[in-house]
Design a protein around this ligand. Structure first.
Ligand SMILES: [Zn+2]
Length: 610
């Protein structure tokens, strides 16, 4: 990055009477001048803020130079385990080396690279079958599906009809309690209509969120049906035409591949979805497509949910053909050792993987998360340059480029399960994912940044973050996505979460979602580089402040380790329900395995991840 802002000039501007030559701050106190210039000597020596000149090395031009490479078609969308991802890993590792960072991975063929093995499982849809009513139905022709390993061997389906699968004050298919645990629930896509064809649920008969026969319509039911504990959701499309449109309506989940770490068992559980033709749906219910229409009409006539007239078959089976292939992938790490507090580490992270090539089109992921990746590179350069010139950080810095984020935060999960530096000594993770755009809520105003999670684990971190922003050319900090009730649940949706779950304080930075999010059109041309550089400078200053302060930012008192470690047998002993007639609160303590993957246990399963 030799063409960036000449650092010597910046240093002189910022340093004032301080010499930058020696690499140490020295006052030019020439003997004898005191008498002629008493004012200059009497003035207190202002402490030079060395973070300023190095923040200034993060420039729109520099960011663009890296992004032009990483988000080019040559990098094939950087899909985890594929050629483009490996090219990107190589680019990042070489950049870290060129900037003078150390590679901290002992025992690796390349000390900047943390390799790990995975297995990729995909569904061979045309080779997957459903047998019902003496007929064999074939994937792609008669149904679409997202299936887990549970269906690897033929399974007898246990279909239970739940009408439209809707639970609302106005309309409920779940008025009568029933046990759906482990069942395969069959529901009608679309929403109940009255005799005039108007929605029974939407305001003034307008279509409600349940109306689309697409993933969005299923998602609208998510909170209701996910809690049923069912094994699978069988969505019956209303017409042949609607079924033909299913690949488009469910494109976010169909064709999805499941990745697991080497040594892990195939994922058990997880949600299974069948999207079936009217014919398949009818067969499972022991009915005909005309019978399904009749049910819809009886709902229209009654104006409310009606009891199921169907007798689902108990002999239907389903079998998924799953293909599994092993592959290797890699996180890329650059390390800058601190000075007197070098045992403590601050992580600056971003994921460098993206979605690869689909139907011959490269998904370049310029914003997601090329923008975060090149931001980490720019910050690594800036800190490394500071250290070379005698202004290195007190704490150590780890620049972490994660793989596998798009597939479920896998790289950061691997790193935090196999940390190179102990997590107890990891002070904070500043994670950057999509910081290169201006979203619809801030049109024309690029000087903003969403912050998520800063106050969750450490009040001090939040205070430092806000004070730092105030100190340096403030941007508008937007905490919309930090609301725990926000439907996007972004706190759980990028790599920082894997640090947070280990009680490492985090801040997640993003400029938000946009129409090109996870589309092939997320390209460099749409990046607002000046806005991005300004956001990166704030993050840089925040990292600098974290690295320099005397005490590491503290966890909230309630999160500090108590030293109390019950033995497993005791845990069982504590299990029970605790309640009192005087206190309107019941506490249930159960002993169970931790929730799998990264989702909070109560969230619906149909969310896509950045
Ligand atoms: Zn993404």
């Amino acid at each position: 990055m030799s063409k960036q802002f000449p650092l010597a000039v910046a240093l002189l501007l910022a340093a004032g009477t301080v010499s930058a030559q020696s690499g140490k701050i020295k006052v030019k106190a020439k003997p004898g001048r005191a008498t002629t210039q008493p004012v200059a000597l009497a003035a207190p020596v202002a402490e030079t803020d060395w973070s300023l000149p190095y923040a200034a090395t993060i420039t729109p031009v520099g960011l663009k130079a890296d992004l032009d490479v990483l988000a080019s078609d040559a990098y094939e969308g950087r899909e985890t385990g594929k050629k483009g991802q490996k090219m990107a890993a190589d680019y990042i590792a070489k950049a870290f080396a060129a900037d003078g960072l150390a590679g901290p991975v002992a025992g690796s063929d390349n000390p900047y690279i943390q390799h790990f093995g995975m297995r990729r499982t995909s569904l061979d849809l045309p080779a997957s079958i459903v047998k019902a009513g003496g007929q064999t139905f074939q994937g792609k022709r008669d149904f679409y599906a997202v299936l887990t390993n549970e269906f690897a061997a033929p399974i007898t389906l246990q279909p239970v009809f739940v009408g439209y699968g809707i639970k609302e004050d106005k309309y409920s298919d779940f008025a009568t309690p029933a046990d759906y645990t482990g069942k395969d629930i069959v529901l009608l896509a679309g929403e109940p209509l009255n005799a005039q064809g108007k929605s029974l649920i939407g305001a003034e008969g307008k279509p409600s969120a349940y109306a689309p026969a697409t993933l969005a319509g299923l998602r609208a039911r998510g909170r209701t049906i996910y809690r049923l504990g069912a094994r699978s959701f069988i969505v019956v499309m209303p017409t042949a035409a609607a079924f033909a449109a299913a690949p488009k309506g469910y494109s976010m989940v169909l064709g999805r591949e499941d990745l697991v770490f080497d040594g892990d068992k195939e994922k058990k559980g997880g949600v299974n979805i069948f999207v079936v033709s009217p014919e398949v749906g009818a067969r499972l219910l022991g009915a005909t497509p005309a019978g399904l229409d009749k049910y819809r009409q009886s709902v229209a006539k009654a104006g409310k949910a009606v009891a199921s007239p169907f007798k689902p078959v108990d002999t239907a089976t389903a079998q998924a053909k799953l293909n599994t292939e092993p592959f290797g992938t890699e996180n890329v790490l650059g390390y800058l050792e601190g000075s007197d507090k070098k045992d403590e580490v601050i992580v600056l992270s971003a994921h460098y993987d993206h979605l690869g090539i689909k139907d011959g089109v490269v998904f370049n992921g310029a914003d997601d998360d090329g923008s975060g990746t090149v931001s980490v590179l720019a910050m690594a350069r800036a800190f490394s340059q500071a250290k070379k010139e005698g202004h290195g950080p007190r704490r150590s810095l780890l620049f972490l480029a994660n793989t596998g984020e798009e597939e479920g935060l896998l790289g950061s999960q691997y790193y935090t399960d196999h940390p190179i530096f102990p997590l107890e000594k990891t002070v904070a993770d500043l994670n950057i994912d999509m910081v290169g755009r201006v979203d619809s809520l801030h049109q024309g105003k690029g000087d903003y940044l969403y912050l998520v999670g800063a106050d969750r684990l450490s009040t001090e971190l939040n205070t430092l973050s806000e004070a730092t922003n105030q100190q340096y050319n403030p941007v508008a900090l937007d905490y919309k996505y930090n609301d725990p009730a926000d439907p996007e649940q972004i706190y759980y949706r990028s790599d920082h979460y894997n640090f947070a779950k280990h009680n490492v304080p985090i801040i997640f930075y993003t400029s938000g979602l946009h129409p090109q999010y996870h589309k092939a059109t997320d390209d460099v041309e749409l990046i607002d580089f000046p806005a991005m550089a300004r956001r990166d400078q704030l993050i840089f200053h925040t990292a600098w402040a974290l690295a320099e302060r005397d005490a590491r930012v503290a966890l909230k008192p309630e999160l500090l380790p108590t030293g109390f470690t019950p033995v497993p047998a005791d845990l069982d002993r504590y299990a029970g329900t605790y309640a009192s007639a005087q206190i309107p609160l019941k506490i249930v303590v159960t002993h169970e395995a931790p929730p799998s993957r990264f989702r909070p246990p109560a969230s619906p399963p149909f969310r896509s991840m950045p």
